[in-house]
Write a protein that binds this ligand. Structure first.
Ligand SMILES: Cc1cc2nc3c(=O)[nH]c(=O)nc-3n(C[C@H](O)[C@H](O)[C@H](O)COP(=O)(O)OP(=O)(O)OC[C@H]3O[C@@H](n4cnc5c(N)ncnc54)[C@H](O)[C@@H]3O)c2cc1C
Length: 487
């Protein structure tokens, strides 16, 4: 009985496969040679065409859909190798897709491109609570990694608003920062090793599991923050930390910028190394996220110039309260609300994370810049003045990971024509040159910031980036045109 059941099951699964292959053949017959080869190699579940591709959104916060001749969905590293080898043989341009939450047009494609999406490479392969490491495939969503770490008494420190949709491969490729950089660093600091596939299908397996390893070049760095231009990240070894059992969090109101700077220093000192987030919201942003239709209500008066979300993972309540008390006595902060429960803690974070409220004023442009803290106040004043002078009606909302010198602006200037965008970008980016700032703190360059790379990186730096690109991808097939032109 069992064997005849098995026979039937095998028969039907072979039959379904044969039908799927025949259907695929019909679709592929009218396609290019590269599409043909990819379909043959990866099978019906490994490739998508036509409306299965064009029906997908091109990314979070975007209004357009994906354009590409084929979207390949490899299941493992071997299939990524197969797909890249085929594309390389055909001189085919390839763009890698993670969760499509990137904000700088880094994953944008044209009709003739092939997309390699890591969506089916979503397995957590191993976790070692003892060594505090996790081995993952590149398509695992960040939130799944955070939750899996917690189930094993660990913590993966990377955290950002797009945690539910973004993938670890995308986080690595953009060297994502997020909310806890001040304590744990950027994604770069949480990756012990990785595996990447080069454009010709060569696998570079740098799956180091140790914290220290200075045996030659640290090759993983070639693929961290290079936005899929040098290789496809397929797997990674992540560095977790012990789970924290306390996470005191408060929101404070501050009148003047110089108090903010003093408070950052005294909070860091008073918390004895436990400061894990110092997120600043300007008054304009605070009012936006505490006024209907926003769901949160203001925990503090709406009249302060600045609001800071302070969090200290691992600190005890007594130390945290003492730090706030000292800051109050020394005149650095005006008022504070300390979260008394996990749900209050989440409500405070919800204010910071509710960035989508800016879409009430769509079209909006979103900026991510970096600069030294001493220049921050005058820089922000300068940007506001430039924008107000350039546009009759402009709305600006500001917030940022201030402890890291990272500011975000959402700017609504009435329309998002090319001309308006360029004008707004000039107001935001131009003043950074003189003060040694950066046009990208954490989002990367993609296509969006490409025209401004030369403002903050010199000729020799960009020349070396080009040399690396030529060495690893001489035909310029991987994520072409992103970050800089190859020349
Ligand atoms: C609400 C929201 C909040 C955010 N907050 C932050 C924040 O606090 N800090 C921060 O740094 N960023 C933030 N971001 C942007 C951030 O870059 C992304 O959320 C995330 O890191 C990108 O991951 P992804 O999987 O969506 O990548 P995608 O958007 O799919 O891709 C991003 C880039 O990486 C490349 N890529 C993707 N996967 C791979 C791979 N496996 N191998 C090679 N290349 C690959 C793509 O080609 C593209 O160039 C935020 C975005 C949103 C929407």
């Amino acid at each position: 009985m069992a064997s005849s059941f098995l026979f039937c099951r095998n028969f039907w699964s072979r039959r379904v496969k044969a039908i799927e292959m025949a259907e695929l053949k019909n679709v592929v017959d009218s396609k290019s040679a590269v599409a043909h080869d990819l379909a043959k190699a990866l099978g019906p579940h490994g490739v998508l065409f036509d409306e299965d591709v064009s029906g997908r959104s091109a990314g979070i916060w975007r209004n357009d859909n994906i354009r590409a001749q084929v979207l390949a969905r490899p299941l493992n590293t071997d299939e990524v190798v197969t797909a890249l080898t085929i594309c390389h043989r055909h001189d085919q341009r390839v763009v890698t897709h993670g969760g499509l939450t990137g904000l700088v047009e880094g994953a944008i494609t044209s009709e003739s491109d092939v997309i390699i999406s890591l969506e089916r490479m979503n397995q957590i392969e191993a976790i070692s609570p003892l060594e505090r490491t996790m081995v993952v495939q590149a398509g695992v969503p960040l939130q799944v990694i955070q939750e899996t770490a917690a189930e094993h008494g660990l913590m993966f420190p990377l955290d950002l608003g797009a945690r539910g949709s973004c993938t670890i491969g995308g986080n690595i490729s953009t060297n994502a920062g997020g909310n806890r950089v001040i304590r744990y660093g950027m994604t770069r600091d949480m990756v012990l090793g990785l595996e990447a596939v080069l454009v010709d299908g060569t696998v570079v397996s740098s799956m180091n599991q140790m914290i220290k390893n200075n045996a030659g070049y640290d090759l993983k760095q070639l693929f961290i923050g290079t936005e899929g231009t040098l290789g496809i990240v397929t797997r990674a070894v992540l560095r977790c930390r012990e789970e924290v059992t306390s996470q005191p969090t408060a929101i404070v109101g501050i009148e003047h910028f110089e108090q903010l700077v003093q408070f950052l220093k005294s909070a860091d000192k008073g918390l004895k190394g436990n400061l894990s987030a110092f997120e600043v919201m300007w008054n304009d942003y605070y009012r936006l996220v505490t006024t209907p239709p926003a769901r949160q209500r203001p925990p503090l008066s709406s009249d302060y110039g600045f609001y800071v979300l302070v969090e200290a993972m691992g600190a005890d309540e007594v130390t945290f309260q003492a730090m706030l008390q000292t800051a109050m006595e020394e005149g650095q902060i005006e008022d504070a609300v300390l979260a008394q429960s996990e749900s209050q803690r989440q409500s405070i974070w919800a204010l910071r994370d509710d960035v989508e409220q800016v879409f009430q004023f769509a079209p909006t442009m979103w900026f991510d810049v970096s600069l030294r803290i001493p220049f921050m106040e005058s820089y922000v004043d300068d940007v506001y003045t430039r924008l107000a002078t350039s546009f009759d009606q402009v709305k600006i909302f500001s917030l940022g990971h201030m402890g890291d010198g990272n500011l975000h602006f959402a700017v609504a200037a009435g329309d998002d024509s090319e001309e308006t965008r360029r004008k707004v970008e000039t107001c935001v980016y131009e003043p950074l040159k003189e003060i040694g700032g950066s046009v990208s703190a954490e989002h990367g360059v993609g296509l969006e910031k490409k025209p401004y790379l030369g403002l903050v990186r010199d000729e020799n730096e960009i020349g070396l980036m080009r040399s690396l690109k030529h060495a690893l991808d001489p035909k310029g097939l991987l994520n072409p045109g992103k970050i800089f032109e190859m020349k």
